[in-house]
Design a protein around this ligand. Structure first.
Ligand code: FE2
Length: 197
């Protein structure tokens, strides 16, 4: 069965940007529920023996309601694993390759952050803002619900969850404030550099 991957830091490590209270619901309830539901849905099906990424690829764009439900839960498990690893309480730097790719695509890291914040703000309803790369060239993407650029074979560098459950307890309806705090304070640039490499 699929397991809830451990968080890369303690529950209270991202406070006050993201409180332990938010983590107690977002990770321990929402993320866990996606894992539990995925296990229930794939039991006794060919998906039970597949890797998570493979399930996401195979069910992306599914019209069959059962497969769509599997996609929604598998996508959310993958996206959340990736989101937690995109965040860190430590001060991180990227590397020279990431820095020059950022400069080439956006002009500066501040400009990249502004574009990511805009993507997160503009995502109507639940979803995700992404920094992705194609042939070493960086760009911003946004997806709805459980959709993920990974399903289209796109290389993901980092993501920010903009579902209400990600910010409502700490920021209520102020999604832009959540985005500003997360992007300014707790992004794991080392993780982004590793994903680019
Ligand atoms: Fe979430």
């Amino acid at each position: 069965p699929f397991k809830l991957a451990p968080l890369p830091w303690d529950d209270d490590a991202l406070a006050p940007t993201i409180s332990a209270h938010t983590i107690s619901f977002h990770y321990h309830k929402h993320h866990k529920a996606y894992v539990d539901m995925l296990n229930t849905l794939v039991e006794g099906t060919p998906y039970a023996d597949m890797k998570l990424e493979e399930i996401v690829h195979k069910t992306a764009g599914a019209t069959d309601p059962k497969d769509k439900k599997i996609f929604n839960n598998a996508g959310q498990v993958w996206n959340h694993d990736f989101y937690w690893r995109s965040l860190t309480p430590a001060k991180t730097e990227g590397d020279a390759t990431l820095d020059s790719a950022i400069t080439a695509a956006f002009g500066s890291k501040d400009a990249l952050i502004a574009k990511l914040a805009e993507a997160g703000k503009d995502q109507f309803g639940s979803g995700w803002a992404w920094l992705v790369s194609k042939d070493g060239k960086l760009s911003i993407d946004k997806t709805s619900n459980a959709e993920t650029p990974m399903a289209k074979g796109v290389n993901c560098l980092l993501t920010v969850d903009v579902w209400e459950h990600a910010y409502y307890l700490d920021y209520q309806n102020a999604r832009p404030k959540y985005l500003e705090a997360v992007l300014g304070k707790i992004i794991n640039w080392e993780f982004a550099a590793q994903n680019l490499a």
